[in-house]
Design a protein around this ligand. Structure first.
Ligand code: GLU
Length: 332
């Protein structure tokens, strides 16, 4: 199947990168000053972040002889894990949701205890993501309110879906006790648990199409659930990083109609401590290879250089990214 292909191709790319690292000491011995390593934190392997991280590294590594940057990709719990790891310098860059980019920089919501991370910098914007709720068809749920009293996977604690689910529950005046049971499943485990009837529903804040929802809708009968209504509209109106979103009908088996929900943008962020030259090489590799990049995953199909230089970015740009955007005439 097409999507599984994307995942397995990027896994193969990951293996190739790991194998090539074995030869790294010899390369470093020849050009010690020029080798720079960056690791991109992504998400679960059946999501979009992980193959997109693989696509970014593929483009960066193709130009390694010129800029000396070697890129590797890591599967992680998702946005919250990535933002915490960038802050503690365990990760150089990460793919994150625009709502959690905003809160991490400003030290609000889930980041209130840690305080603001004023070192956080945006590199570029990537694909749109939709807050996606999938229920087993036999759970007979049509809209989010129907999940009351059900067994729900609310997401890995390091994931963006978990953090945004908690925001949504707060807006609705609910908490975890609205469900008969909650589970902290990893993104890659959710669709299997759904089809094994261990849960009635799962949430994933993710771009479409993706391997996880494809798995959930082909391995068993399951439906995409609407997340709409007055409270959700108010939440979108009051918060700059939320927008309305639609999961297109016909994309997944058994789901012929468009489904309304809310969304964010996914973006690549890093720390101000990353050198301008490395950030510049990273951004330039992706923008100059944009046609290839878009072909590497179907969720990237609508990207333009203009949207990637600005969409959903509410924190300062990294100076290396800004240098490229100015050079390319994308910002003044
Ligand atoms: N938006 C999810 C998160 O922040 C990850 C989605 C994906 O892996 O594509 O955890």
């Amino acid at each position: 199947m097409k999507l599984t292909n994307f995942v397995s191709k990027s896994l193969i790319a990951g293996v190739a990168i790991a194998a090539s690292l074995v030869t790294a000491p010899a390369v470093m011995a020849q050009k010690p000053a020029q080798q720079q390593f960056i690791t991109i934190g992504t998400g679960g392997v059946t999501g979009v972040y992980y193959p997109v991280g693989g696509a970014i590294c593929r483009l960066v590594n193709a130009g390694r002889a010129e800029h000396g940057v070697r890129c590797t990709v890591e599967s992680t719990g998702g946005s919250i894990y990535n933002l915490n790891s960038i802050r503690s310098n365990e990760l150089d860059v990460g793919v994150v949701q625009s709502d959690w980019q905003h809160h991490a920089y400003h030290g609000t919501d889930r980041f209130a205890d840690q305080g603001p991370n004023k070192e956080l910098r945006a590199l570029f914007s990537i694909h749109p993501e939709a807050f996606t709720v999938i229920a087993r068809a036999d759970a007979k749920a049509k809209k989010f309110a129907d999940l009351k009293g059900k067994r729900v996977s609310i997401g890995d604690p390091g994931s963006g879906q978990r953090a945004s689910m908690d925001v949504l529950l707060g807006v609705l005046g609910w908490d975890h006790s609205a469900f008969s049971a909650t589970f902290d499943l990893k993104a890659s485990e959710q669709s299997i648990a759904l089809c094994n009837n261990q849960i009635d529903a799962m949430v994933y804040f993710v771009g479409h199409p993706n391997g996880s929802i494809q798995e959930a809708t082909t391995a068993c009968d399951s439906v995409v659930i609407e997340v709409a209504g007055a409270a959700v509209e108010k939440m979108i109106a009051e918060r700059p990083y939320y927008r309305t979103a639609t999961i297109p009908g016909g994309m997944y088996r058994g789901n012929a109609d468009d489904v309304k929900t809310f969304g964010v943008g996914a973006l690549l962020v890093g720390s101000a401590s990353m050198s301008d030259d490395v950030a510049y090489a990273l951004v330039k590799s992706v923008f100059e290879g944009l046609d290839n990049f878009k072909r590497l995953h179907p969720a990237l199909g609508h990207l333009t250089k203009e949207s990637m230089a600005s969409d959903a970015i509410t924190i300062p740009l990294h100076p290396g990214a800004l240098r490229y955007f100015k050079e390319a005439g994308l910002v003044k």
